[in-house]
Design a protein around this ligand. Structure first.
Ligand code: NFE
Ligand code: MG
Length: 494
């Protein structure tokens, strides 16, 4: 008997999101992701001093402000025709690296692990969504103790970013041309001590906990597969090559489709607004598109646009980076860690395209990055500059392509009369949680829900686990709807 189930809100994510799924015969046959919050930042930026963009865009989000600072600064670097010197590049990487690891630990322990681990019987662990918790009590208790430990470790990671960025969140020192912080021995040692603690936490607690959960919830290495097209702009510059497509990065730029590594041509990115609450128009490149809200638009169901690459939906994020960086061995350390984890879990490479694959990719990437940061911090040259100067041109345009913790992040700027004429950002969750497009193609999260067995429409925890594996940066409501649309129940999910 078809049933309509509404779960609203789905918490433990960042921001505001609604999900509506059609369940028939015990499986999801149709799904819709709706971003339910209008922000309007792109309009706020128009007419301002271009240098303000690095500060204003960080206010998109308190979780990934560093990525916006970096994408925006690189967008301006491009527009101004400058590149940071050695120290500027290294220090930007360190500020961003600490924030990546903080974000991954936040996601696992404070947003996602409680989907699989029964917490204690007091707030904030109750009220909770009663799922099929499978871990023995002792193991659950240990992981819950790591929940608390992870809060302290995230503080250390914030301190690491702040050593070089002035403060966290919303860093002060990132500017076009580099950074404004003066390198000094005490900053390097402060950073290194905290990095040591972070690496111990990742190696001895985070990765083992993800492996424990992945070993017990083996069916979650089969579901939530998604669109299996992956896009990454890459992150963490290793040289100063002006062409971002050729620049060496710790995590390389690329796409993977059908297991094949392919290049990225940024001119093929376009945002489709067929099902978005924006004025109708054909899919347009971010350097040309408009953002004109139209809440009354018929058929629309999301404030998110639908970014597409050459007309196709792409998953972005740690799993996409894992795919892009292991397809041809671009990052041997990450490839070795992923192969080792899959062997230990007796899983195949195709199992990476799953809920557990996303959690594994995030944890193993945290290790690869923390290990690289230990080398970078020692590459700071105390007697060298951290930034180059610039002269603001009358007119210019630029693009910053940089992977945030949650995936491919692009900022596009047009400058006219030394002011921002237009600014567009296409952020990771816009890719992953995008609505359908004019070809009727679902977004990656929508596609990941298709075919998901839902054992009990009154308790659709499978959907929550899939949605959270993407680490969406939008608060979330899940609506499960039958083809007949009969309301069966409303559940609050915590
Ligand atoms: Ni608000 Fe973010 C990241 C960016 S999300 S957390 O990572 O950019 O789309
Ligand atoms: Mg945008």
């Amino acid at each position: 008997m078809p049933a309509k189930v509404i779960v609203d809100p789905l918490t433990r994510i960042e921001g505001h999101l609604g999900i509506e799924a059609v369940v028939d015969g015990g499986k999801v046959v149709e799904a819709r992701c709706a971003g339910t919050l209008y922000r309007g930042f792109e309009q706020i930026l128009a007419g301002r001093d271009p240098l303000d963009a690095v500060q204003i865009t960080q206010r998109f989000c308190g979780v990934c402000p560093t990525a916006h600072a970096l994408a925006s600064a690189q967008c301006l670097d491009k527009a101004l025709g400058i590149m940071p010197p050695h120290n500027g590049r290294i220090i930007r990487n360190l500020i961003q690296g600490a924030n990546y690891i903080q974000s991954h630990i936040l996601h696992f322990y404070h947003l996602a692990a409680l989907d699989f681990v029964r917490g204690p019987e007091f707030p904030p662990f109750i009220p909770r969504f009663e799922a099929d918790y499978r871990l023995p009590d002792k193991v659950s208790q240990e992981i819950v103790s790591h929940y608390v430990q992870a809060l302290h470790i995230r503080l250390k990671a914030h301190e690491m970013s702040a050593v070089f960025s002035g403060k966290m969140p919303h860093c002060a020192s990132v500017v076009p041309g580099g950074v404004t912080v003066t390198p000094a021995v005490d900053k390097v040692t402060t950073f290194l001590w905290r990095l040591k603690e972070l690496r111990e936490f990742i190696d001895n607690i985070y990765i083992p906990d993800v492996m424990t959960i992945a070993g017990v919830y083996r069916d979650y290495a089969e579901i939530g597969r998604g669109c299996r097209r992956f896009l990454s702009y890459g992150a963490f510059d290793l040289d100063a090559e002006p062409d971002v497509g050729k620049r060496a990065r710790l995590f390389q730029m690329g796409r993977v489709v059908d297991g094949k590594l392919l290049p990225v041509d940024p001119s093929k990115i376009a945002e489709d607004v067929k099902f978005s609450w924006y004025r109708e128009g054909p899919p347009a490149h971010p350097s040309k598109e408009t953002t004109e809200p139209d809440r009354s638009k018929a058929g629309a169901y999301s404030w998110l646009k639908a970014p597409r690459y050459d007309g196709a939906a792409y998953e972005v994020g740690p799993l996409a980076r894992a795919m892009v960086n292991t397809a041809d061995g671009a990052n041997p350390a990450l490839a070795k860690a992923i192969d080792g984890a899959l062997t230990q879990l007796r899983l195949k490479r195709e199992n990476l395209c799953s809920v557990m694959g996303r959690h594994l990719a995030r944890a193993l990437e945290a290790k690869a990055l923390a290990d690289a940061m230990a080398d970078w911090v020692l590459q700071i040259r105390l007697d060298e500059p951290v930034a180059v100067g610039h002269k603001m041109p009358e007119s210019a345009s630029g693009v910053g392509l940089w992977d945030a913790p949650r995936g491919a992040l692009g900022h596009w700027i047009a400058i006219r009369n030394q002011k921002i004429e237009r600014y567009q950002a296409v952020v990771p969750t816009t890719w992953n949680a995008s609505p359908h497009d004019s070809k009727g193609q679902p977004g990656p999260m929508e596609e990941a829900l298709l075919g998901t067995p839902v054992k009990d429409e009154n308790n659709p925890f499978e959907v929550a686990r899939i949605v959270r594996s993407f680490d969406p940066c939008i608060a979330c409501a899940v609506h499960l709807v039958t083809s007949r649309g009969r309301l069966l129940a409303t559940a609050r999910v915590v």
